[in-house]
Design a protein around this ligand. Structure first.
Ligand code: PEP
Ligand code: MN
Length: 350
């Protein structure tokens, strides 16, 4: 819909609009009001170049599109019937809990093995463990290829699927060859379109799931869903959206908790939402509250950093990993809340 700056356009202006949209297989239908005329675009209005050429005209105030730019991720797409499954859980039906270390310590693999067993006993369905880490400080521990074997051994010992972040093509290849079940795209790479494309291509035809974090600098809803579209577009629809807090952070928290974005995502897309409260708040003591808030907002799952001995951890673990004991209690509460929400059929408006 084209809204002109003045009450109506001249014939020359309408002819110009008509010529532009015709290049993209569309036509213009004026909607004449008593005072004002607006101009509908009839046809597929998802051509970005068409919209930006219309927006560039000095007599056009605004162009509103009705069709979603997310052909596959849109709630109205055929894929809306698709259900993502992880660790025996069908997302949307049962609350999924992923838990484990921020960073695997290649010199002390037992911390990962013990944590893996403990989070399984606490009720987690999948393990997380960072093999390669995106660190702000180039001198901080960056991860280690040897941790990939530890990750997979943790999976074998517990029978749980594993999640790890990949940041480049080599890590992607190593992770897939090793049999990683869930590839994580981190908040710093959420808008790295060539990585998104590489991952999309690499997981096509495989059962691998992709945990896509929200871009850390206030990634917009459109950016978030479009990033998922990049992956699904190659043929694998097992994508999970993961809000993890945005920058600038809320005073005292590591990031600005953003679990409240969940209902907005669910209105626009069918993709399951698994919230990461650990990176949102950045401090173990605040994680349970943020996790429960996420479930209250309608999250389908949680991804939580946990460690049997947080103080001996690497990366984020000393400050934000919860102990398995806290995790176990949190899972009981989160599951109860999730069941309550499902029984109440929230967020229906009726
Ligand atoms: C992580 O999961 O440890 C991590 C680095 O996540 P994010 O990309 O959300 O910062
Ligand atoms: Mn972390």
């Amino acid at each position: 819909m084209i809204l002109p700056k003045n009450n109506r356009l001249s014939e020359i202006e309408v002819a110009e609009l008509t010529a532009i949209v015709a290049e993209f297989g569309c036509r213009i239908q004026p909607i004449v009001g008593d005072v004002r005329t607006i101009y509908a675009i009839v046809g597929d209005e998802r051509h970005e170049l068409m919209i930006s050429r219309l927006e560039g005209l000095d007599y056009v105030d605004r162009v509103d599109t009705i069709q979603s730019p997310h052909k596959l991720m849109d709630i109205k797409s055929d894929l809306a019937r698709h259900r993502v499954k992880v660790g025996g859980v069908t997302l949307g039906e049962e609350l999924l809990v992923m838990a484990g270390l921020c960073t695997i310590d290649p010199k002390n693999p037992n911390y990962f093995y013990e944590t893996a067993q403990a989070v399984k006993e606490a009720g987690a369905h999948a393990l997380r463990g960072g093999v390669w880490k995106p660190r702000t400080n180039p001198y901080a521990f960056q991860g280690d290829n040897r941790s990939l074997d530890i990750l997979m051994e943790g999976s074998r010992r517990t029978g749980l699927p594993v999640d790890t972040e990949v940041m480049d093509e080599e890590q992607l290849r190593l992770a897939l060859d090793a049999g990683v079940h869930i590839l994580q795209i981190g908040a710093r790479n959420a808008l790295n379109y060539s990585l998104l494309r590489q991952i999309g291509k690499a997981v096509a035809g495989r059962p691998t799931a992709v945990l896509l974090k929200r871009g850390m600098h206030l990634g917009t809803i459109n950016e978030f869903i479009s990033a998922a579209e990049y992956i699904v577009n190659f043929g694998n629809p097992n994508v999970i959206l993961c809000p993890r807090g945005t920058q600038p952070g809320l005073d005292g928290y590591r990031n600005h908790p953003d679990e409240s974005i969940t209902p907005l995502l669910k209105e626009r897309t069918w993709a399951p939402v698994v919230v990461d409260p650990s990176h949102s708040v950045g401090k173990a003591a605040y994680v349970p509250a943020c996790a429960l808030a996420a479930v209250a907002y309608g999250a389908d799952g949680l991804c939580i950093e946990a460690h049997v001995s947080p103080n001996h951890g690497l990366g984020d673990d000393p400050k934000q990993a919860v102990t398995p004991k806290v995790l176990a209690e949190l899972i009981i509460q989160a599951k109860a809340l999730h069941a309550l929400r499902r029984a109440a059929k929230l967020p229906d408006r009726s």
